[in-house]
Structure formats: C-alpha cells, structure tokens
Design a protein around this ligand. Structure first.
Ligand SMILES: Nc1ncnc2c1ncn2[C@@H]1O[C@H](COP(=O)(O)OP(=O)(O)OP(=O)(O)O)[C@@H](O)[C@H]1O
Ligand SMILES: [Mg+2]
Length: 344
C-alpha cells in the first residue's frame, strides 16, 4: 500500500482492517493493533472479531453488497462497544478477487454518556414527581374530607408548603449544578479568606442545628492563608457539609470544624468537618458525590434533602482546583475534608 495512505490510516483512532475474499487480513492500521492486539499467528478477521453478525456482514459485502454497518459489543481487555462499517474495496472482477475495508469505531463513551443522560432525566422526573404527587394528595383532601376542618387544613397547608419548598430547592440545585458544570474550566481568581465564610455558615445554620440538637465546635487557624475562590460557592460547600454532619449524626452530637495549612501539602489549605454520626460504609463512600445518591433515601427525603448536595460540592471544588476527601468508620463517624490550593 502507498506509504502516504498508510500514514493517514495510522493517524486515525478508528481501527481499520482490509480483508481479501477469504476474510484474511491483508492490512491493518496501528489503531487496530492497539485495540485488538497483535495476534501474530493468525491472519483471519474472525480471530479478532469472534462475532457472527460481523463476519456475516463482511461476507455480504464481499458477495457484492454495497455497505454494511453493525453495532456490536466485543469482549476485548474490557467490554467495548463498536460501530463496525464494511465497504467494498475491490468490486470489479470476480468473487475470488473481492476485498473489503472493515473499520471499528469505539462508541463506548457515546453510549455511556447517553445512558447517564437517560438515567439523569429519569431521576429528575422521579424526584420532581414525588413532591408533586404529595401536593395533589393534599389538594384532594382539602377539597374533600378536610374542607371544613380548620385544624386539619392548617396542618395540610403546612405540609404542602414543605413539599413545594422541596421542589423549589431541587430546581435551584439542578440549575446550580448545570451552571457549575458549564463554568468548570474557569477557576475563580478572587482571593478569599476561608474562616469568615465558615463562621457565617455556622451562624446561618443555627435553626437546623437546633432542630437536630447538634452543636458545632470550631478550631480555625488564625493565620490561615487566603485561597482563590468564590464566596457564594464556598459558602454552599461548607453549608452542605456541616448540615450533613448535623443531619446524619446522632441526636445531640457535636460537629467539629477545623481549618489549617495541610500537613502533607503546605501549598494547600485543609478544612475538615468531623461528625460523630453513624459513619459511611466504603461501598457508599465511592458513590456519595453522584447526583441523587443517598444511602437511605427515605431518611434523606424526610430531612428535606435532594441528594444533590455532595454532587454540587464536588463540582465547586473541581472548579476551585481543589478536592473533597471522605474518610469514615462505620459506627464512629465521618470526616469530610476540603482541600484547596492557597492563593500565592
Ligand atoms: N456526614 C454524613 N454521615 C453519614 N452520611 C452522610 C453524611 N453526609 C452525607 N451522607 C449521606 O450521603 C447522602 C448524600 O448527601 P448529599 O449532601 O449529597 O445529599 P442530601 O444531604 O441527602 O441532600 P441535600 O444536600 O440536597 O440536602 C446523604 O443522603 C446521606 O445518606
Ligand atoms: Mg446534603
């Protein structure tokens, strides 16, 4: 084959094979070697692509078909989804001279993104539908049995307000996530002091802390360096972490919040939120920052949670070029650490 054409084919990320009339490989590009391996002893396409539909499609093209496409999942090192396309290369002449180009485009990431989008839409609809269903229920009761019962209607109106507030929060959280994701490439450039933010958050959480009978003890380093950050976003981070610590801790527990220069990485600032709650098992820890992931759905919902809090925290910290670290011992409590690069 022409050197130039070979170089062009080697530059592609799509795997390309050329096969003769017997489906013996007469050429393959670099991407096909990195995806399917070398297979030194064999020259048959079926060895690399042990899939009947694919082999039949190649056969059809060698028999004179125009073009064939097959979507297929192949077990390579990891299961990988491909769009295979076969086009005839040598059409004039007889069957024994026929040849075809067979290409494999890895479409796994497209399918994964599509699956995530579908799951997300399903989750959002479900989360929005549940307060709405509750609202419909209360409306029906108010129109019917509770029509003349002042006490019951007051109670139902209170519950309706709670459900409506939950829906509003869900929408706010979703909007804030989508805004964060679109701005993730741009790190904040303003210098901000962390301690006052933490102090304000603790003060503003007083009603929730009261309700959960939790108290907060702070130990904030007096000479903490500033970080490059956005005050509103960092407020959201500490607000969610401290609120979680209070909500998911034992009644009457204490939440410890501290800030200091990181022991191991002196160019980072570390803020930790430590609770004495029930702790989180390792299999949950890995998934906590997924949107809508809650260990105990019913419980979190009772507490007005949407399950978006930690997803928002993660995205804010990513934009700040920082990270969230979660350590926990079941039965003893959890430590959520925010690590942020200090402003120079
Ligand atoms: N300190 C903690 N101790 C134990 N479990 C926790 C802790 N923090 C979070 N979790 C678990 O992680 C889940 C996800 O937390 P996240 O903040 O994302 O959502 P939420 O608190 O349920 O809702 P929202 O933050 O929107 O109010 C919670 O539902 C809870 O199950
Ligand atoms: Mg939360």
């Amino acid at each position: 084959m022409d050197r130039k054409i070979e170089s062009i084919l080697d530059a592609l990320s799509v795997a390309v094979f050329i096969v003769d009339a017997n489906q013996t490989i007469v050429y393959r590009n670099s991407a096909s070697v990195s995806l399917f391996g070398t297979g030194i002893r064999t020259k048959k396409l079926a060895h690399f692509v042990p899939n009947k539909r694919c082999i039949r499609a190649v056969e059809d093209v060698l028999d004179g078909q125009d073009r064939e496409s097959v979507d297929v999942r192949l077990q390579l090192v990891v299961p990988t989804s491909f769009r295979m396309t076969v086009v005839p290369l040598n059409t004039d002449g007889n069957r024994s001279d026929a040849s075809a180009v067979v290409s494999f485009e890895d479409v796994s990431h497209i399918l994964e993104a599509e699956q995530m989008r579908t799951d997300f839409v399903a989750n959002v609809s479900h989360e929005l539908r549940s307060p709405l269903t509750a609202l419909y229920g209360f409306i029906e009761t108010l129109q019917g049995p509770a029509r003349t019962d002042k006490q019951a209607s007051d109670r139902f109106l209170g519950l309706m307000e709670k459900e409506a507030a939950r829906m509003a929060r869900l929408i706010d959280d979703l909007l804030s996530l989508s805004k964060l994701q679109s701005g993730e490439r741009y790190a904040p450039t303003e210098k901000v002091a962390i301690n006052p933010i933490v102090e304000r958050v603790v003060a503003s959480l007083a009603p929730i802390l009261d309700k959960e009978q939790a108290s907060v003890v702070t130990d904030l380093s007096a000479d903490l360096p500033d970080v490059f950050g956005n005050v509103d976003e960092l407020t959201q981070v500490f607000s969610n972490l401290i609120e979680n610590a209070a909500k998911y801790a034992r009644v009457g527990a204490t939440v410890f919040v501290s800030s200091a220069i990181d022991d191991k990485e002196p160019d980072m600032v570390r803020i930790t939120v430590v609770d004495q709650g029930e702790g989180i098992a390792p299999e949950h820890i890995a998934r906590l920052t997924e949107r809508f992931y809650r260990i105990d759905k019913g419980r979190s919902r009772d507490k007005g949670g949407t399950g978006l809090g930690l997803a928002i925290v993660k995205h804010i910290l990513m934009r700040h070029r920082g990270r969230l670290q979660i350590d926990s011992v079941v039965g003893q409590g959890s430590t959520f650490s925010v690590v942020l690069p200090r402003a120079l």
